[in-house]
Every structure is written in C-alpha cells, then in structure tokens.
Design a protein around this ligand. Structure first.
Ligand code: AQP
Length: 332
C-alpha cells in the first residue's frame, strides 16, 4: 500500500528523569514533523531493561515520559504516542533482525563499549543486541526519518545497513531510514565534565539539568557548572564548559554565538551563568505545569497508551507479516 505521507519515528528510554539533552537533541524537534509526516513516538521501555531498573521507577518513568512528550508539544491526535512493550511486534522483529546482524557490527557500537565499561557486572546479551531492537522499532513503521541526538547516529546507520542487507535478499521489504541530527543541541554535555554527554543516568545530579528540576535547582546547577579560568564569554576551541553553556543558551533563546558574545561583552561568567539558568527555568516552567496537569490524570494517559498501542500495532503487524512471508515462515 503506498504511503500517504513519509514516516517519522523516534523513541526515548524511560530509564530515568529526562534531561535538557533529551529535550534539545530530540523531543524539541518532534512536533515539527507532525504536519508533513506520519509520526510515531515511542517510550522504549524494553531498551531500558538492558540496564538494571527498579520496577516502580521504570513504571513511573514510563508514565512521565509519555506525559513529557505531550507537555513538550506533541499532540496525541496528530502523532501516534505509544509504549514499546505494548506492541509485541518490536521484540518479534528484533529476533529476526538478530539473524541478519553481524557479531562484528554489534561489537563496534560505541554505546555498547561505553555501557559495558559503566556496567561491567552486567554485560548482558540485551545490551549487545540493543541496536537490533532499535532497528526493529524503526523498520516496523517503514520509517523515512529518525530525529535523534548525535549519540544515536551510529545505531541508525547500523539499522540502515541491516535493512539494505535484508532488502538485498528479500527485495522491497523495508524503507531505508535517514537519521536527522539537529544542527544545534545534538550533543549537550555534562555540567560537571563538559567533554562528556549529559546522561540521564549520571550519578552526579549536579551534572544534569532534568526537565522537571525546579527553578532554584536549575539556577544553582548552572551557577556551579564547570568552566575554565577565563572570564570572557566567547565560543572557542578547548573552552568546553563555556561552549556547552553557550550552546544551551543559544538553543533556548535562538541567539547565535556572535550575538551572545556581544550581549555579554565585559561581563563575567557569573552573569552569564545566571542568565542561562533563568532562561532555561523560564522555558521549562510551562512544560512542567502541563506535565503536572497530565500526571494528575492517569486515566487519560492510560487511555492514550491503549489508543497509541492499537494504532502502532496495526501498522507494525503489516510489516511483520510481510517479513515472515518473505522469510518462508508459515502464516496461519
Ligand atoms: N546529551 C544529549 N544531547 C543531545 N541529545 C541527547 N539524547 C540523549 N542525551 C543527549 C537524545 O535523546 C534521545 C533519547 O535517548 P535515550 O533515551 O537513549 O537517552 P539517554 O539519556 O542517552 O539514555 P540512557 O542510555 O538511559 O542514559 P545514559 O546514557 O545516561 O545511560 C535520543 O535521540 C538521544 O540521541
């Protein structure tokens, strides 16, 4: 069946409280696809299982991530919002794609290497095959574009390689997806170690701005952000801390670096950090208010989960049946 519109798919793990990294690298852009794409945005709870989770926390974060999708501007009437584990086709297709993905390809994934180092006591098979589940997420919907932060580019490229390999053997099965990485905000760094990505699972909460942090906390964390011993607000190589703060400020205000440098000429880092903190807190305040409203209505969220799962499952079932038929699995 020809598509009415190209398809956009992306997902976020409910593996902790969402950060401004998740927002600026991904969620902020999701609503911009709603008019011209058929959009699927997923809470990828099965991906979160690759790292040990506390059950009650995983459940809470699943509701919260869904509520944050909407609070950040995704209209559930225009987008299919759903939870991965509610559509069993994801794990079914992941198994099939495991049989078309090479051990060497998975071994080269940066995230696998980083997470294996971080969780040395739990280097499980799911952590290793994470990219094939992600490929299943994407390919099930015949996706054209995948808006993601820079860290996920490698996984989308692997997904493309697997889809091309599959299509070579069984022609015209999958649409080959393109990763879309934003020009700005694609890699927001930690406030404590600004050479590293801001991670929602960072054990140091001062390194991360969570979307649900209150105003005082946001301002305090930015005040404490690691910068160099210079005082001049200028984007330059090697000034990782100030470059990161300027990137965040630019993403939230729309000002380019030259304008920020002009505005803060002759003023120290202290003034700038305060401005960044207040700007981010102002921008997140309406998102937080809408989030609280949605979280007070669990029945609404559950109803939406069911509706989203139904719509996603219908699309996913078509691709899965096509794949099974091509492979020679008997359909009854
Ligand atoms: N720091 C970031 N800057 C820009 N984009 C980012 N993304 C994540 N961190 C940044 C993008 O957010 C989307 C969801 O990714 P995820 O659920 O895998 O987020 P995560 O915080 O990286 O999740 P983890 O793996 O649970 O946390 P850590 O890494 O803390 O162990 C993606 O589009 C991602 O690119």
């Amino acid at each position: 069946m020809p598509k009415e519109k190209p398809v956009s798919f992306s997902g976020i793990q409910p593996s902790g409280n969402l950060t401004i990294g998740n927002y600026l690298g991904a969620i902020k852009y999701f609503p911009t696809y709603s008019e011209n794409y058929k959009c699927f945005y997923c809470v990828v709870d099965q991906h979160a299982l690759t790292v040990r989770q506390v059950s009650a926390e995983l459940r809470r974060c699943t509701y919260e991530t869904l509520a944050l999708y909407i609070a950040c501007g995704l209209d559930p009437e225009k987008n299919t919002l759903f939870v991965q584990s509610h559509v069993s086709a994801h794990s079914e297709l992941a198994w099939i794609l495991n049989c078309f993905t090479m051990f060497g390809e998975l071994s080269r994934m940066t995230q696998f290497k980083e997470k294996s180092a971080k969780h040395a006591d739990n280097i499980n098979a799911g952590l290793f095959t994470y990219p094939t589940l992600m490929a299943a997420d994407i390919l099930l919907y015949q996706t054209d574009v995948v808006p993601v932060g820079e860290d996920q580019k490698q996984h989308v490229e692997l997904c493309r390689d697997v889809a091309v390999r599959f299509n070579h053997i069984y022609p015209d099965t999958f649409t080959i997806p393109e990763p879309i990485i934003s020009q700005s905000g694609a890699r927001i760094k930690s406030l404590a170690e600004p050479t590293r990505k801001m991670d929602k699972s960072d054990p140091n909460p001062n390194a991360v701005i969570y979307l649900l942090d209150d105003r005082d906390t946001i301002v305090r964390k930015f005040k404490r952000a690691v910068t160099d011993s210079d005082t001049c607000v200028k984007f330059a190589p090697g000034k990782d801390g100030i470059n990161n703060l300027m990137t965040i400020y630019s993403c939230f205000t729309g000002l380019d670096f030259a304008a920020i440098e002009r505005d803060f000429a002759g003023r120290g880092y202290g003034d700038f950090k305060l401005a960044v903190g207040e700007t981010v807190a102002d921008a997140l305040s309406p998102v937080q208010a809408e989030f609280r409203r949605l979280m007070a209505d669990k029945a609404y969220l559950e109803n939406m989960m069911k509706k989203g799962a139904g719509a996603a499952a219908a699309c996913a079932a078509r691709t899965l049946a096509k794949v099974k038929k091509k492979l020679g699995l008997v359909l009854i």
